[in-house]
Design a protein around this ligand. Sequence first.
Ligand SMILES: *[C@@H]1O[C@H](CO)[C@@H](O)[C@H](O)[C@H]1NC(C)=O
Ligand SMILES: *[C@@H]1O[C@H](CO)[C@@H](O)[C@H](O)[C@H]1NC(C)=O
Ligand SMILES: *[C@@H]1O[C@H](CO)[C@@H](O)[C@H](O)[C@H]1NC(C)=O
Length: 384
Amino acid sequence: MEPHCRRKLFLIALPLLVSLLLSVSARIPCEFPAIFNFGDSNSDTGGLSAAFGQAGPPHGESYFHGPAGRYCDGRLVIDFIAERLGLPYLSAFLDALGSNFTHGANFATAGSTIRPQNTTLHQSGLSPISLNVQFYEFNDFHRRSQIIRKKGGVFGGLMPKAEDFAKALYTFDIGQNDLTAGYFLNMTTDQVKAYVPDLLDQFKTYIKHIHDQGGRSFWIHNTGPVGCLPYVMDRLLVTAAQVDEAGCAAPFNEVAKYFNWKLKEAVYQLRKELPKAALTYVDVYSIKYDLIRHAKKYGFEHPLRACCGHGGKYNYNARLGCGSKIMVKGKEVMIGKSCKDPSVMINWDGGHYTQAANKWIFDKIVDGSYSDPHIPLKLACHRH
Ligand SMILES: *[C@@H]1O[C@H](CO)[C@@H](O)[C@H](O)[C@H]1NC(C)=O
Ligand SMILES: *[C@@H]1O[C@H](CO)[C@@H](O)[C@H](O)[C@H]1NC(C)=O
Ligand SMILES: *[C@@H]1O[C@H](CO)[C@@H](O)[C@H](O)[C@H]1NC(C)=O
């Protein structure tokens, strides 16, 4: 072949080769050396427990054989994510005891919201560790972990490497409590919907702040069907006309879907504004709703009943929650007991999912079929 011909062929082949290489590299599994998680009880691995007292027995009974800072009988979706990425379970940033942050940190606390609340935990059950505070903590962690790491020794060995902040997976599961917060203040559905854009503006702000600090891979869960949770259905009056085919309270799920629609829009905007970031939107709502609606088909029972609790239509009583005790003839008796078989139940304590449900949910999200774009967890560092 003539040299110039060869060059021509090369010039034709080059774009092909580049696009081929790009599509191949997009299939190379990401090496996430760490996870930094932000959220509420759906992904709290010990934050609220560390600051405000342990979620006591029977929490943790199915896997950790004792309380483990989780509002669950065992592992959460974030635990299954860590397992699948070959990383240890995340220590809570707030947990001063035995924490190891070599492979990430968890800033989530149960009851957290995106927007800072004007109530105390005692008044409303909402955590003061809202998303802005979680970001302040992350910011502090990012800076100081490196000072401590440089000093070496025991404490230095518990910190992540500087370069891991750019390579890490940043996970989010937050928003549910912002929606219930309005309802619990007796707001109407329209009033709750009216502040959803503000929630997402604040959410976007913190994603951008993390991006400014080098974060590139974002894995964002949408919010679940909050109208299917016993603690919501028990507290807010639900009329028969509002109950849907799954037995859930339709208006609250409508608001969740509205939030999710706006969240997806926010993720699309972020993709435009942050061309170097890979943002994956994960539709956990559809997975959870499908699980609850077709519980029997999937081998679960009583989708709207809490496993751990006491009394009422949903085995849920706000005053006698999971793990609560009463005095009977001078003796302490646990009345908020666990059910016989948590592995066939979906709801753990009225507000949270069981380990069995979390595993089921994880198995659906891991391959990317419920994600936008449709990329599996292990490829979530690639921008599409
Ligand atoms: C912290 O975690 C890392 C990674 O899992 C491990 O190698 C190290 O031994 C742990 N440090 C302590 C003190 O347990
Ligand atoms: C808390 O109060 C401030 C000041 O009045 C207000 O701007 C903010 O929206 C309030 N937050 C919530 C969640 O209602
Ligand atoms: C909401 O309404 C209920 C029932 O009318 C009332 O008991 C409660 O105090 C109200 N809550 C707030 C925060 O206004």
